[in-house]
Design a protein around this ligand. Structure first.
Ligand code: ACO
Length: 433
């Protein structure tokens, strides 16, 4: 990938009696960046930015977020337009290739994904090694990492063809692995993928059908599932994506890198928040309990899960679409007056008008309504983050592939502000104390 950034002048940095001109780089949209690559060599100083709040770690042309305006674009296309008019596989193609596919490109891509959905038969035995009560995310971390043991014919990261095959394999096999993680936990037989169904319908079938009866995929749930996958497909340089990039920067194979991303996603401040948000809504229980709960948030006893975001200081555009999906799903298979949905909507209204949340720019994020939707669709809480991982796989792969093709990327190696002991001599044990 050739750099698309343009020069935009420079900024002068003075440290004591030394000064340095830092080049300013301009992207196509979004904030300028100061190029500090020569800072250490020329001034003997590092920058300090825990949590990377002001640091651009890479150049990317995949996803753009304007957190103040609540905008999310994939390859330039707004997320709400994609959720409304596209489907998940088309979004996968877009993320991986930069443009929407033509009809024939789409047909070929769909075929490639569909025909990679089966797992090596021996892979199924791998699941049996886990305890039945294992968290499905624990199974995902292990199983996806194990893909590199089964498909080592596509682990040469220098070979573009192998990179493409591993990308297709992961997008295709992730639903099969996720559905097996679920089936294993409920003690039901694994269901094999079907090539005549859409990506979302095939996944729902592998999760919810049993050999004892016919299963017809509900088209409303199929559409909702597909939309949920679109909403989670990519989100720029978040914690799990940065984990994938960092793991990949050492030359690790893509399956291992995606397993690292899944591990990071599991945390409650990231992908695990959808699980926590539903637990919170259940804990609140009824709209009457909301004021007491909000008081606890203001006393900092706990956080409002599904609220707040490092980048969005406005309504998360994905949350709007998710709220719509929640309504559609509840109308179809649940109760549109579902008490948890009522609690969520009322909590949102209260928070949106409360000074504490306004001041801190805390708005609902994608996880606020996803738990209610997934729960109504029949998924147990501990599968929520698994579905997130399934959908985010394409984003991780697109970002990983972009990094591999970027000649300016080096192994990721942050520095530190050391505050420990300076050098001292070893003391023999009898002289200590
Ligand atoms: N509830 C209550 N207060 C909050 C919340 C929240 N959900 N989020 C942030 N705050 C408050 C903090 O207490 C802090 O207040 P203070 O300045 O008075 O101390 C202020 O807002 C800033 O909070 P930070 O933690 O500095 O914000 P940061 O950008 O680091 O955190 C995060 C972002 C982790 C997402 C946070 O908002 C959070 O914990 N949210 C709940 C978990 C959640 O929903 N995560 C999902 C994120 S989206 C995703 O991964 C798909």
């Amino acid at each position: 990938m050739k750099s698309q950034a343009t020069a935009g002048g420079s900024a002068k940095l003075t440290i004591g009696d030394r000064s340095l001109d830092l080049p300013i780089l301009k992207g196509s949209t979004g904030p300028d960046v100061l190029d500090i690559r020569k800072l250490y060599a020329e001034t003997d100083a590092f920058t300090y930015d825990p949590g990377f709040t002001s640091t651009a770690a890479c150049e990317s042309a995949i996803t753009f977020i304007d957190g103040d305006k609540g905008v999310l674009l994939h390859r330039g296309y707004p997320i709400d337009q994609l959720a409304q008019n596209s489907n998940f596989l088309e979004v996968c193609y877009l993320l991986l290739n930069g443009e929407l596919p033509t009809a024939s490109e789409y047909e070929r891509f769909e075929h490639n994904i569909t025909y990679h959905t089966m797992l090596h038969e021996q892979f199924d035995r791998f699941f049996l090694g886990f305890r039945r009560d294992a968290h499905p995310m624990a199974i995902m971390v292990g199983a996806v990492g194990a893909l590199s043991a089964f498909y080592h014919d596509s682990t040469d990261i220098q070979d573009p063809e192998q990179r493409t095959i591993s990308a297709h394999r992961m997008i295709a096999k992730m639903p099969t692995i996720a559905a097996r993680a679920y089936k294993y936990s409920v003690g039901q037989p694994f269901v094999y993928p079907r090539n005549d169904e859409s990506y979302a319908a095939n996944f729902l079938r592998m999760c919810f059908s049993v050999p004892a009866e016919d299963y017809v995929v509900n088209p409303v749930l199929e559409r909702a599932m597909d939309r949920i996958f679109i909403l989670h497909a990519d989100h720029e340089q978040n914690a799990s994506t940065s984990t994938v990039r960092l793991a990949g920067s050492s030359g690790a194979n893509p399956f291992a890198c995606i397993a690292a991303g899944i591990a990071c996603l599991w945390g409650p401040s990231h992908g695990g928040a959808n699980e926590e948000a539903l637990k919170m809504l259940k804990q609140i229980g009824t709209p009457e309990q909301i004021p007491e709960y909000v008081a606890g948030v203001k006393d900092r006893r706990y956080r409002l899960m599904g609220f707040g975001h490092r980048v969005y200081k406005n309504y998360d555009p994905r949350a709007k679409v998710m709220q719509q999906s929640a309504e559609e799903v509840l109308r179809e298979v649940g109760d549109p007056n579902d008490p948890l949905f009522q609690v969520a909507k009322e909590l949102e209204q209260i928070a949106l008008h409360d000074e504490f949340f306004i001041e801190r720019k805390l708005y609902p994020n994608v996880d606020f309504y996803s738990g209610i939707t997934l729960s109504a669709m029949g998924f147990p809480t501990d599968m929520f983050t698994v579905l997130f991982a399934l959908a985010r796989t394409v984003g991780w792969i697109a970002q990983w592939a972009e990094m591999i093709e970027d000649p300016s990327q080096k192994i990721g190696r942050p520095r530190q502000l050391y505050t420990g002991q300076p050098m001292r001599d070893f003391t023999p044990i009898e002289q200590r104390g």
